[in-house]
Structures are given as structure tokens and as C-alpha cells.
Write a protein that binds this ligand. Structure first.
Ligand SMILES: Cc1ncc(COP(=O)(O)O)c(C=O)c1O
Length: 251
């Protein structure tokens, strides 16, 4: 953080809250706003409080792969700050209030009505689906936790993890090899995320190079997200587990 820092955006990654207290304490003392990136973690909690209610504002995503996913793009902003709420409501309709009277330049950022209708129906099922994800995560923890070279996801804070992703770290053999082995058995996995930001061409202007952030670089080489959807059946999950065990025996 520098004297120019105005906002800190902690990411509640993979369905688990970021460690918020130290971030909030630091930002309050420096008068810096906190915008929670809650895209992957709707329904998660931090020390008993729902994420999305911790910072000055929070952004949720209803992209189809999210725990509450629409049939297309969509999202939501939450805030407890009435002034900010009023401004955001104007910004989402081109900065106009009343209609056609533009106080400033905003965006077209209305939630599509069809998406809203779908999300409203799905919203009621969200707690049940979160529980199903947690049960599948516990099954993976128990089955994979003792395999040498596979690190299961760490629970870093007190609170409910809603497992938008169940992401292991492959620390023996090669992650790509395990991914291919699973693919051969028609088991879909995903790498979140294959490139750390500092080596992406989009951020080349910042002047970083490979080796500058070794922890991120290692995570990018080791991370592998396994199937965790609420629809994953016990048989299907057992097949994923056996296929990973089979690979681990040979590495
Ligand atoms: C952590 C995180 N932040 C932000 C986003 C962006 O959300 P959207 O695609 O709805 O703009 C996503 C997902 O795409 C995400 O996973």
C-alpha cells in the first residue's frame, strides 16, 4: 500500500472468505475502502458474518459456473452505505436520475429480467446446494488427505466454506500429467489459474518478471480443481477418487 492507495480488494477465493479482520483493521486506520470480491463465495461466512457485508461494498457474480449461476451473465453489488447505494443505483442506469437526466456518466448494468427470474428460483436452493458441496468436500478431504504429494484445500478462517471450487495442490509428479490422466477417464478438471498476473502480457507494463512472485508461480503450477457440483453422485465421486489414487500409486 502506498499513499496513493484508495481501495483494497480482497478475493474470497474458491468459496472461502479471505482473512478479513487484519485487512479491515489496516484499511480503517488508513482510510482506504474495502471492496470484497465475493464472486465465488455467495453464502460463505467469516466469523459468523456473511461475506458481502464486511467491507464498504462487495461484488457478486452470477456467471453460470458460480454457486448461484444464471443462464448467462449477471451480478450484484452489496453495501451497507446508504450514500453509496444511492449512487450505485444511478450508475447502473447510465448515471441518470430522474430518467434521461444524467448527473454523471454511468453504465448500462441492469440485471437482465430473464436472468433475474432464473436466479430467483435458484436462490431458494442455494443453502441446500452449499451443503451438498460441503459434503463432497469432506469426502475428498477424507479420501485424498493422506495421499503423499496431494495437498487438500486448507480451511484458513473460521466460517462456512461453500466450495465453489475444490482445489488440490499436486506436489509430486506433474499436475498436468494428473489432469491428463483424469481427462482420459473423461473426468473434467480445471486449472484456476494457470498464469499469475505478473507474467501476463496485460500487466507487462508493471515491469515484473518470472521469479518475482515464487509463491504465486508455484500455485499456478500445482493447482487443480476437481468436480464438486451438488449433482456429483457418490459413485461418480468415488470414481474420481480412485482415478487419482491410481495415478498417485505410480508417482
Ligand atoms: C474471483 C472472481 N472475481 C471476479 C469474477 C468476475 O465475475 P463476472 O464474470 O461475473 O464479471 C469472477 C468470475 O468470473 C471470479 O471468479
Amino acid at each position: 500500500m502506498t499513499a496513493k492507495t484508495r481501495v483494497v480488494m480482497p478475493v474470497h477465493l474458491f468459496g472461502q472468505s479471505a482473512e478479513m479482520d487484519p485487512i479491515l483493521d489496516l484499511c480503517r486506520t488508513r482510510n482506504v475502502a474495502v471492496v470484497e470480491d465475493a464472486a465465488q463465495s455467495i453464502g460463505a461466512t467469516y466469523k459468523g458474518r456473511p461475506i458481502g457485508s464486511l467491507g464498504d461494498t462487495a461484488c457478486f457474480s452470477f456467471y453460470p459456473t458460480k454457486n448461484l449461476g444464471g443462464a448467462g451473465d449477471g451480478g450484484m453489488i452489496t453495501t451497507s452505505n446508504a450514500d453509496l447505494e444511492a449512487k450505485l443505483r444511478i450508475m447502473r442506469v447510465h448515471g441518470a436520475q430522474p430518467k434521461y437526466y444524467h448527473k454523471f456518466v454511468g453504465f448500462n448494468s441492469r440485471l437482465d429480467a430473464v436472468q433475474a427470474a432464473i436466479l430467483k428460483v435458484k436462490l431458494e436452493h442455494l443453502p441446500k446446494w452449499a451443503k451438498a458441496r460441503q459434503e463432497r468436500a469432506a469426502t475428498y478431504d477424507a479420501a485424498l488427505g493422506s495421499i503423499d504429494g496431494i495437498r487438500v484445500p486448507k480451511r484458513t478462517v473460521e466460517g462456512d466454506h461453500v466450495y465453489n471450487q475444490y482445489t488440490i495442490r499436486v506436489q509430486r509428479g506433474s499436475r498436468d500429467e494428473l489432469q491428463n490422466h483424469l481427462k482420459e477417464q473423461q473426468i473434467g478438471t480445471e486449472v484456476y489459474y494457470p498464469y499469475p498476473l505478473h507474467i501476463l502480457p496485460a500487466f507487462a507494463g508493471l515491469g515484473y518478471k518470472e521469479g518475482d512472485f515464487p509463491v504465486s508461480e508455484r500455485a499456478a503450477k500445482e493447482a487443480l480443481s476437481l468436480p464438486i457440483s451438488p449433482e456429483l453422485t457418490p459413485d461418480q465421486q468415488q470414481f474420481v477418487i480412485e482415478t487419482i489414487r491410481d495415478w498417485a500409486k505410480r508417482h
